[in-house]
Design a protein around this ligand. Structure first.
Ligand code: FES
Length: 124
């Protein structure tokens, strides 16, 4: 059972093709800032807040990814995070984790939030 709320539409962030494979895209949700990382047809999303200081990972507009594209990078002090879990692998917040945001691909190749203000919404 998903706990979905009937009649509550998913919040469409963008089309999958708007995020290059291996890259990320930021979104301002008004009361929150998040980013979505694409790995093929998988999408992962996190709050744009580094566990080290709480500041945005992309403060200098250099994006969210390391040069190799293998990890999420905080541009401030260089912390590296796993793409699939948000776990910090190196840097001052080693052992901490980015805050996950629930997203999914819907049946139209759109990236949608699947939880809005704590309420689950279906991805289809
Ligand atoms: S604020 Fe992210 S590593 Fe320091």
């Amino acid at each position: 059972m998903s706990g979905g709320v009937s009649g509550a539409p998913p919040r469409v962030l963008c089309r999958l093709e708007e995020i290059a494979d291996g890259q990320a895209k930021g979104f301002d949700l008004g009361d929150d800032a998040i980013f979505v990382v694409r790995a093929g047809r998988q999408v992962y999303a996190y709050r744009n807040a580094c566990p080290h200081t709480g500041g945005p990972l992309d403060w200098d507009d250099e994006g969210f990814m390391s040069d190799s594209g293998e990890h999420i990078l905080c541009q401030t002090h260089g912390a590296l995070f796993r793409i699939d879990t948000g776990a910090c692998l190196a840097g001052p917040c080693l052992g901490d984790c980015l805050a996950t945001v629930a997203v999914a691909l819907d049946g139209h190749d759109q990236v949608v939030l699947t939880q809005v203000k704590g309420v689950e919404v279906p991805a289809t």
